[in-house]
Design a binder for this molecule. Sequence first.
Ligand code: HEC
Length: 262
Amino acid sequence: MTWTVAAPASGQRWGPPGHGEGRHRRGGAAPPRRQPSAGGSARRATGASSVRAVPGRRLPVGGCISAIPRESAPSAGRVQRGLRRVLALLMLAGVPGAAAAQPPEEATAGPLGLGRAATAEEIAALDIDVRPDGGGLPLGGGTVADGARVWDRACRACHGAEGEGGIAAPVVGRDPAARPPTVGNYWPYATTLYDYIYRAMPGNAPGTLTPDEVYGLVAWILNRNDIVDDEAVMNAATLPDVVMPARGRFVPDDRLESDAVR
Ligand code: HEC
């Protein structure tokens, strides 16, 4: 079995590039830019923190690859040494290829006899995308006050007490000229805010929030941006009706050919 260890391209760090002062480069990870065209299949934003050293996979070059401040980010050398030590132990233990690499018993699907059909539960666990029109929003709901509590616990350390930004990007701000862009001056849909937070936040523990918590956080962020009032309740019925201030700053990209210019 061959294991390759993903290493940063020369000059690239394991922490986010250009983060000398602990600021986040705003790049490809921003969800609105990943918005699939209407009707297209949703491409999952992996979120800034989901890139790991996976055997045989290379880290994407560029982009914000980690929320870990540079000082505490592991160096490529350290990670490689650690992995090598683990592999050496596995070999010493006489586990050829390690137990995890053994094909499961029912690995007979398809012409190659590899893998097995995913179960409905496995598919459901990954089927979390929420579309601009609100399709995919789950049951549940949350208020601005609910969101404030979760924000204090899980978000303010990186994004600031009022969403003004800290070691991670600001999420509050309405001035269209202000940079970096925020939920209030840039995001065209409120629905995809749910998608992004549920999928990718908090940056250090994505996938740990419940739908109710995410609805509350969406309510809180929209409220701090003066988009919904203090009593707003966000759920699958109310969220698609929220009109974002930046909605008109986007046009559908209906180009049929790559060299066409709108
Ligand atoms: C460990 C740090 C960390 C924590 C904690 C965290 N985030 Fe983030 N968040 C990030 C990083 C990094 C980004 C990517 C910023 C960028 O695009 O450069 C991000 C981006 C976002 C964005 C998109 C901003 C934009 O307009 O591009 C939203 C919204 C967001 N986070 C919400 C939350 C919420 C809600 C929580 C709490 C549940 C949370 N975050 C907790 C690090 C964090």
